[in-house]
Design a protein around this ligand. Structure first.
Ligand code: GRF
Length: 187
């Protein structure tokens, strides 16, 4: 089986990156992580790239033309698939257009509810009964592309933001690999 050369974009902890790296050890998992891109040189997740000897680059998105820089590395490492795993920047349309239906994102809510940031505090404020995560294709509108996998749980009255994040992330570690397998199942 030819594994798709994949780039994972991160900005912070990188626990989803860590989880995906462990999935790639399975021969039947359809992707290989060939590159990690972070916009943040302090992202803890970079340590996983170092530990598992995955090439990584830090790309400061404050510079003009940073998307050309991103494209340069995607080409250099022959990337054909992209996972956004806690990447806190908007991907430019230049990149989206080069990778149509080849970029996926994981978002900590039951989309289309709670697009954008601060999902947990908004859910609590709204007295939501359910929370969860969504893996979706990335298009030019924030958190709006076609859903691939969604997983939910019921919120307990005692759940605070910290607990919601923990419960959500546990589901993310199942949802992200499941979405990747689903995408490549028939290809
Ligand atoms: C995840 O909860 C994801 O839903 C959101 O950012 C978080 C990243 O966590 N987009 P990590 O960096 O993978 O630990």
């Amino acid at each position: 089986m030819v594994k798709r050369r994949t780039c994972v974009f991160i900005s912070g902890q990188g626990s989803n990156l860590k989880n995906l790296i462990s999935c790639t050890r399975d021969n039947s998992f359809p992707i290989k992580i060939s590159l990690v891109i972070s916009n943040n040189d302090k992202a803890y997740g970079i340590n996983y790239a170092k530990k598992y000897k995955i090439p990584y680059v830090i790309i400061n998105t404050n510079y003009k033309n940073h998307d050309k820089n991103i494209l340069f590395y995607l080409k250099k490492y022959k990337i054909s698939f992209i996972c956004l795993a806690g990447y806190m920047k908007i991907i430019s349309s230049v990149i989206i257009n080069k990778y149509p239906n080849k970029i996926i994102n994981i978002h900590p809510s039951l989309l289309p509810k709670f697009k954008g940031l601060n999902t947990f505090s908004r859910m609590l404020k709204n007295k939501e009964r359910k929370a969860g995560c969504t893996v979706h294709f990335v298009n030019n509108k924030l958190d709006s592309g076609t859903k691939i996998v969604q997983k939910k749980f019921y919120i307990n009255i005692s759940d605070d933001e910290f607990v919601l994040k923990n419960k959500t992330q546990k589901l993310e570690y199942k949802a992200f690999p499941e979405a990747i397998i689903k995408i490549f199942r028939n290809n």
